[in-house]
Design a protein around this ligand. Structure first.
Ligand SMILES: Cc1cc2nc3c(=O)[nH]c(=O)nc-3n(C[C@H](O)[C@H](O)[C@H](O)COP(=O)(O)OP(=O)(O)OC[C@H]3O[C@@H](n4cnc5c(N)ncnc54)[C@H](O)[C@@H]3O)c2cc1C
Length: 252
């Protein structure tokens, strides 16, 4: 075990360094993706509401229609027909697939994050306060504090006491102002299945509909593995791992 210098965290009892830990910025990833394509939709960055995205895409001339079991996307460069469809709609997936007769019981594990100005001593790397289950991530000109798990059914409201407790968790190890200038409060719904495993692969009742959802607290970490497994299942390659535990129809 490798212990960090406790200097910046005067209230911490001890620290353990995990050398492989990493953090990402979703906005940077999205910007990189947009740089490859339509930069005109970059004004969508401030909203994660998909309806806004679909409306904006419609204004750009993109339309979604059906042709039997196939999905047709009419874009500015013509029509794209897909004979297979992946539903990766996070906590909303259960409600969505119900409409096509697939049973996927799902709850939303609501979590919050706050963006604060840089603290007097900025952490050099992401920190997890284990007993408070609060993560602190340094950013270019701010710090992100995230945590809490509230099981709800697609309820996106913000519970202020939860937000406050995340802040108090961070303040238990770092020196933070008692009344900080909060730049942003965000809430996200973690897609949670009853057995704690994701649903990855084809559905039996709708052979051309695949699922990739239910990753709970680890969707970012496991995204590349999910992408690889799904691609292998869709192209008929030998999967790099046993997909059986993740069968989407195991709740039917
Ligand atoms: C506070 C917090 C901290 C977290 N920290 C970590 C972490 O450190 N590491 C980690 O690995 N994971 C973490 N997670 C979990 C991670 O965010 C989730 O597991 C991951 O986002 C799930 O990815 P997803 O693509 O399945 O779902 P989502 O990220 O929820 O994406 C689903 C998307 O589908 C869209 N959608 C829904 N319905 C429709 C529809 N009808 N049509 C079109 N689009 C639709 C939604 O708008 C949404 O954009 C954290 C979560 C929270 C809340």
């Amino acid at each position: 075990m490798d212990y960090l210098d406790l200097g910046p965290y005067p209230h911490a009892r001890g620290t353990v360094r995990l050398p492989g830990s990493k953090s990402i910025s979703n906005r940077v990833l999205l910007l990189a993706a947009l740089a490859e394509g339509e930069t005109t939709i970059s004004n969508l960055l401030d909203s994660d509401d998909t309806r806004v995205m679909l409306d904006a895409l419609a204004k750009l001339g993109v339309k979604y229609t059906r042709d039997g079991d196939r999905c047709v996307v009419q874009g500015t460069r013509g029509a794209f027909t897909a004979d297979r469809l992946v539903i990766a709609a996070g906590a909303w997936s259960g409600r969505l697939v119900k409409r096509i007769g697939i049973r996927l019981p799902m709850l939303s594990g609501k979590g919050y994050s706050m963006i604060l100005p840089p603290p007097p001593i900025m952490p050099k790397q992401p920190i997890m306060i284990l007993d408070r289950k609060v993560a602190i991530t340094p950013r270019a000109d701010s710090v992100r504090i995230a945590g809490t798990m509230e099981l709800v059914d697609l309820d996106e409201s913000v519970t202020q006491s939860r937000v406050r407790s995340i802040f108090q968790g961070a303040a238990s190890v770092m020196d933070l102002p008692a009344e900080p200038e909060v730049r942003e409060v965000w809430r996200g719904l973690r897609p949670c299945t009853p057995d704690g495993l994701p649903a990855i692969g084809p559905t039996t009742s709708r052979g051309n509909v695949y699922l990739a959802t239910g990753h709970q607290m680890l969707g970012v970490l496991t995204a590349t593995g999910t992408g690889r497994l799904l691609a292998e299942l869709m192209t008929g390659e030998t999967p790099f791992m046993d997909p059986a535990p993740f069968r989407p129809d195991r709740f039917s």
